[in-house]
Design a protein around this ligand. Structure first.
Ligand SMILES: [Fe+2]
Ligand SMILES: [Fe+2]
Length: 132
Protein backbone atom coordinates (compact mmCIF):
# COMPACT_ATOMS: atom_id res chain seq x y z
CA UNK A 1 0.00 0.00 0.00
CA UNK A 2 1.21 3.47 -0.74
CA UNK A 3 0.06 6.94 0.22
CA UNK A 4 0.11 7.69 -3.49
CA UNK A 5 -2.99 5.52 -3.90
CA UNK A 6 -5.14 8.15 -2.21
CA UNK A 7 -6.23 10.82 -4.66
CA UNK A 8 -5.18 14.29 -3.59
CA UNK A 9 -7.92 16.69 -2.51
CA UNK A 10 -5.73 19.74 -2.99
CA UNK A 11 -6.40 20.73 0.62
CA UNK A 12 -3.18 20.30 2.60
CA UNK A 13 -4.68 19.34 5.95
CA UNK A 14 -6.87 16.65 4.34
CA UNK A 15 -4.08 15.23 2.18
CA UNK A 16 -1.64 15.21 5.09
CA UNK A 17 -4.24 13.44 7.25
CA UNK A 18 -4.81 10.76 4.62
CA UNK A 19 -1.08 10.30 4.10
CA UNK A 20 -0.56 9.96 7.86
CA UNK A 21 -3.26 7.27 8.06
CA UNK A 22 -1.57 5.43 5.19
CA UNK A 23 1.75 5.49 7.03
CA UNK A 24 0.10 4.19 10.20
CA UNK A 25 -1.45 1.29 8.30
CA UNK A 26 1.81 0.48 6.52
CA UNK A 27 3.46 0.32 9.93
CA UNK A 28 0.70 -1.87 11.39
CA UNK A 29 0.80 -4.28 8.44
CA UNK A 30 4.60 -4.47 8.60
CA UNK A 31 4.57 -5.29 12.31
CA UNK A 32 1.75 -7.79 11.84
CA UNK A 33 3.75 -9.58 9.13
CA UNK A 34 6.80 -9.59 11.40
CA UNK A 35 4.74 -11.15 14.19
CA UNK A 36 5.30 -8.29 16.61
CA UNK A 37 4.08 -8.68 20.19
CA UNK A 38 0.45 -7.95 21.06
CA UNK A 39 1.45 -4.90 23.11
CA UNK A 40 3.25 -3.39 20.12
CA UNK A 41 0.29 -4.10 17.83
CA UNK A 42 -2.17 -2.58 20.27
CA UNK A 43 -0.04 0.56 20.64
CA UNK A 44 0.13 0.94 16.86
CA UNK A 45 -3.62 0.47 16.48
CA UNK A 46 -4.28 3.05 19.21
CA UNK A 47 -1.96 5.47 17.39
CA UNK A 48 -3.96 4.90 14.18
CA UNK A 49 -7.22 5.48 16.12
CA UNK A 50 -5.88 8.76 17.53
CA UNK A 51 -4.71 9.92 14.10
CA UNK A 52 -8.07 8.95 12.57
CA UNK A 53 -10.01 10.88 15.25
CA UNK A 54 -7.85 13.97 14.63
CA UNK A 55 -8.26 13.65 10.87
CA UNK A 56 -12.04 13.17 11.16
CA UNK A 57 -12.35 16.32 13.28
CA UNK A 58 -10.31 18.37 10.80
CA UNK A 59 -12.29 16.98 7.89
CA UNK A 60 -15.68 17.75 9.46
CA UNK A 61 -14.55 21.25 10.38
CA UNK A 62 -13.53 21.96 6.78
CA UNK A 63 -16.72 20.45 5.38
CA UNK A 64 -18.79 22.52 7.79
CA UNK A 65 -16.91 25.68 6.79
CA UNK A 66 -17.59 24.78 3.14
CA UNK A 67 -21.30 24.64 3.91
CA UNK A 68 -21.74 20.88 3.59
CA UNK A 69 -24.29 18.88 5.57
CA UNK A 70 -22.07 16.69 7.70
CA UNK A 71 -24.50 14.56 9.73
CA UNK A 72 -24.13 11.48 7.54
CA UNK A 73 -20.36 11.82 7.28
CA UNK A 74 -20.00 12.36 11.04
CA UNK A 75 -22.03 9.21 11.61
CA UNK A 76 -19.79 7.29 9.18
CA UNK A 77 -16.71 8.46 11.13
CA UNK A 78 -18.28 7.44 14.45
CA UNK A 79 -19.14 4.02 13.01
CA UNK A 80 -15.52 3.54 11.88
CA UNK A 81 -14.17 4.34 15.35
CA UNK A 82 -16.79 2.03 16.91
CA UNK A 83 -15.71 -0.71 14.50
CA UNK A 84 -12.06 -0.30 15.49
CA UNK A 85 -13.01 -0.45 19.18
CA UNK A 86 -15.17 -3.54 18.69
CA UNK A 87 -12.45 -5.31 16.72
CA UNK A 88 -9.82 -4.34 19.28
CA UNK A 89 -11.95 -5.79 22.09
CA UNK A 90 -12.51 -9.01 20.13
CA UNK A 91 -8.81 -9.26 19.35
CA UNK A 92 -8.02 -9.20 23.09
CA UNK A 93 -10.19 -12.33 23.48
CA UNK A 94 -8.46 -14.28 20.75
CA UNK A 95 -5.06 -15.86 20.49
CA UNK A 96 -2.97 -17.47 17.80
CA UNK A 97 -1.25 -16.38 14.68
CA UNK A 98 -4.29 -14.84 13.02
CA UNK A 99 -5.33 -12.90 16.10
CA UNK A 100 -4.79 -9.52 14.46
CA UNK A 101 -5.98 -10.42 10.98
CA UNK A 102 -9.57 -9.12 11.26
CA UNK A 103 -8.45 -5.85 12.79
CA UNK A 104 -5.72 -5.24 10.20
CA UNK A 105 -8.24 -6.07 7.48
CA UNK A 106 -10.73 -3.61 8.99
CA UNK A 107 -8.17 -0.81 9.12
CA UNK A 108 -7.18 -1.36 5.48
CA UNK A 109 -10.87 -1.37 4.50
CA UNK A 110 -11.43 1.90 6.37
CA UNK A 111 -8.62 3.45 4.38
CA UNK A 112 -9.79 2.17 1.02
CA UNK A 113 -13.56 2.44 1.37
CA UNK A 114 -13.86 5.58 3.45
CA UNK A 115 -10.74 7.65 2.94
CA UNK A 116 -10.41 6.93 -0.75
CA UNK A 117 -13.94 6.36 -2.04
CA UNK A 118 -16.24 8.16 0.39
CA UNK A 119 -14.15 11.26 1.10
CA UNK A 120 -13.35 11.90 -2.56
CA UNK A 121 -17.02 12.77 -3.12
CA UNK A 122 -16.38 15.95 -1.15
CA UNK A 123 -13.21 17.06 -2.87
CA UNK A 124 -15.00 19.31 -5.35
CA UNK A 125 -16.73 21.09 -2.51
CA UNK A 126 -13.53 21.54 -0.51
CA UNK A 127 -11.58 22.99 -3.40
CA UNK A 128 -14.40 25.22 -4.65
CA UNK A 129 -13.51 28.92 -4.58
CA UNK A 130 -15.16 30.72 -1.71
CA UNK A 131 -17.95 33.17 -2.47
CA UNK A 132 -16.91 36.85 -2.68
FE1 LIG B 1 -10.62 11.54 5.20
FE1 LIG C 1 -14.30 11.17 6.06
Amino acid sequence: MSGKLIPASGVAVIDEGHHALCLHIEDIVRHWKLGSEDGVMETLVQAFRTAAMRHFEEEIQLLTEAGAATDRHCRAHRDLIDEIDTQLTETRHHSGRNRWFALVDTLERILYEHEIEEDSRYYGLLSAPSAP
